[in-house]
Design a protein around this ligand. Structure first.
Ligand code: AMP
Ligand code: ZN
Length: 108
């Protein structure tokens, strides 16, 4: 999608530190980290929400989370904000992976 910031990152039109990549997904650091480890995993295909992901993309997303978070021995949190009530700001589905500190529950 032309004006989507995450599509531009996936196509390398905007520079980012790519932490994981395969044919379907990329993972890169969040520009405004809220935890010592904070990266985003996105599909390369522009889809707005989690419900539109196909099984191949879900498999790749799980692989990205598995590989990068394997260094987070004390655990990690995966967050997907979906829609207005979910607090989604960027309309290209993404999974936050947070680690490096204790995370409380419930989130705000
Ligand atoms: P959400 O509220 O789940 O849509 O979160 C969007 C996330 O995208 C926020 O944590 C932002 O800091 C992050 N973000 C926005 N623009 C960029 C960018 N260019 N590179 C990396 N992360 C970004
Ligand atoms: Zn997009």
């Amino acid at each position: 999608m032309a004006d989507c910031i995450f599509c531009k990152i996936a196509k390398k039109e905007i520079a980012s530190q790519i932490l994981f990549e395969d044919s379907r997904v990329v993972a890169f650091p969040d520009i405004n980290p809220v935890s010592p480890v904070h990266f985003l995993v996105i599909p390369k295909r522009h889809v707005e929400g989690i419900l539109e992901l196909n099984s191949e993309e879900l498999t790749s997303i799980q692989a990205a989370i598995k590989i990068i978070s394997s260094l987070c021995r004390d655990g990690f949190r995966v967050v997907n904000n979906f829609g207005k009530d979910g607090g989604q700001e960027v309309p290209h589905v993404h999974f936050h992976v947070l680690a490096g500190r204790k995370h409380s529950w419930p989130p705000g």
